[in-house]
Design a protein around this ligand. Structure first.
Ligand code: FAD
Length: 441
């Protein structure tokens, strides 16, 4: 575009500082590459922080024997939070395995620390708005912020925007959630309650919780959009996380629809706050501490890349020659209606996410990571767990660095070399059995 200045020239430009983008930036910068990470908000973490989600799923498998599925720099994040004592491990409410529940404010700082200590440059309040493309190469990404509209040139681009913004604008093929037979996963406004009596609130079984909610809904006094959901303790006693609201059939890449969803989500929170205070043991003296800054979006555009991960791959525990991530998380489909559709893998089984599901078909210098990976609705409903998103980011960042070192393109990079280097930094391409019981609170 004429008249636009090139403000940065880097080796790797990472778009989006969520779980995937943060890890991509760290992995590439630790290989001494010049990395710029642009993020439209004022914090790293994406749905991990700004959308209020406080638990990493996907590090550990469900079942009698615990498998650890994700290692490397991604696990370093979880371990650091656990070492600060600002996190603990608990069993997931829905039996999808042990999860790491952390303090969001600590994660924001930790992500910033690992990015800057690795030597990557971080630019907040910067939106990656457009792409300059010359045949099969992306030449630049157009960024916009308070200082104007400028260009970033880079050897490799990593789209970790969650919504596939850059790959879509570069003309890659994608599927927009909801455009085929499966409805788009519902959105959720996460909120936190303070001054809760933890002992009373968490003495109830999930069945008892569901019964209380069902009864309250049937009474006609409260408009509850989800029955069940997650109300769980945080590292701070009396401070409780609530994932209860549900806004179905929203295309979150449509700003008008997303604006309406934000407003609807906040209204639903008020309904749940009244319900909790009036009907739920332990919440009698509680109050709403805050709602997340941004409504939680589970699914928008998914890449149609070199390999498309499917629900069948998840259910059957598919293994791939170019595997870069392991996962045993169930397919967790937040369909419209008041419940969630769960499909679990057989106990002890796992599947792998291949490098080729991070690769687009057209642009030669682009890699995708995180919840916008190349997957079907069902495949993404399992692979979108945050430990796996971090691991995808880590693989994408390392792949970008290796491409620069090897003077090659992401699509030409030898998967075996990438795997060797991933293993060197502690990434698990085969899960390991571990003893976890002592850590569970
Ligand atoms: C309500 C809800 C509850 C969940 N619960 C859990 C849970 O308990 N455990 C679990 O493991 N997972 C959970 N998940 C899933 C998980 O959090 C996400 O799938 C995962 O963290 C996605 O990471 P990501 O980096 O791919 O995307 P995101 O978290 O969406 O991050 C994308 C980042 O890119 C930025 N960005 C977007 N577009 C641009 C642009 N054009 N320019 C610059 N920046 C941009 C965004 O601001 C954001 O920071 C939940 C998700 C939701 C919505």
């Amino acid at each position: 575009m004429k008249g636009i200045k090139t403000l940065f020239e880097v080796d790797v430009l990472v778009i989006g500082g969520g779980a995937a983008g943060t890890l991509a930036a760290v992995a590439a910068a630790r290989r001494n590459k010049k990395v710029l990470l642009v993020e439209t908000k004022g914090a790293l973490g994406g749905s991990r922080t700004c959308m209020g989600v406080d638990s990493f799923n996907g590090f550990y498998s469900p079942g009698q024997k615990t498998l650890q599925l994700v290692g490397g720099i991604s696990f370093e994040v979880a371990e650091k939070l656990l070492n600060f004592e600002s996190a603990f491990i608990r069993q997931n409410t829905f039996g999808s395995g042990p999860v790491v529940t952390y303090e969001i404010e600590q994660l924001k700082i930790l992500y910033e620390d690992i990015v800057t200590q690795a030597g990557a440059q971080l630019l907040y309040y910067t939106y990656a708005a457009d792409v300059e493309r010359d045949k099969s190469l992306i030449n630049g990404v157009i960024i916009s912020n308070k200082s104007g509209i400028n260009r970033v040139k880079s050897k490799i681009f990593i789209d970790a925007s969650g919504d596939l913004d850059i790959a879509a604008r570069a003309g890659e093929n994608y599927e927009l959630a909801g455009e085929n037979e499966s409805p788009v996963q519902s959105l959720t406004t996460v909120f936190y309650m303070a001054n809760v009596d933890n002992e009373k609130a968490f003495s109830l079984s999930q069945e008892e919780r569901t019964r209380i909610m069902q009864k309250a809904k049937e009474s006609g006094k409260y408009k509850l959009t989800r029955i069940g959901g997650s109300i769980h303790p945080t590292p701070n006693t009396g401070f409780v996380h609530a994932n209860l609201t549900r806004i179905p059939n929203i295309n979150a890449t449509d700003p008008q629809a997303l604006t309406a969803a934000e407003m609807e989500g906040r209204k639903q929170v008020q309904e749940y706050v009244h319900f909790l205070k009036n009907e739920y043991p332990g919440f009698e003296n509680a109050y709403l501490a805050f709602t997340a800054c941004n409504i939680g979006v589970r699914e928008t555009r998914r890449l149609k890349g070199k390999y498309i991960l499917t629900g069948e791959d998840v259910r059957q525990g598919a293994k791939f020659e170019d595997a870069v991530v392991c996962c045993s998380a169930p397919i967790e489909d937040h369909v419209s209606g008041t419940s969630v559709k769960w499909q679990y893998l057989e106990a002890g089984n796992y599947y792998q996410i291949p490098y080729s599901s991070l690769l687009p078909k057209k642009a030669k210098n682009l890699i995708v990571a995180g919840r916008c990976l190349s997957a079907t609705h069902e495949g993404q409903a399992s692979a979108r767990n945050s430990a796996q998103c971090m691991a995808m980011g880590e693989a994408a960042g390392l792949a970008a660095a290796l491409c620069i070192e090897q003077h090659t393109a992401p699509g030409e990079l030898e998967a075996r070399l990438l795997q060797q280097e991933l293993i060197k930094q502690g990434v698990l391409l085969v899960p390991i059995e571990i003893e976890l019981e002592r850590l569970i609170k």
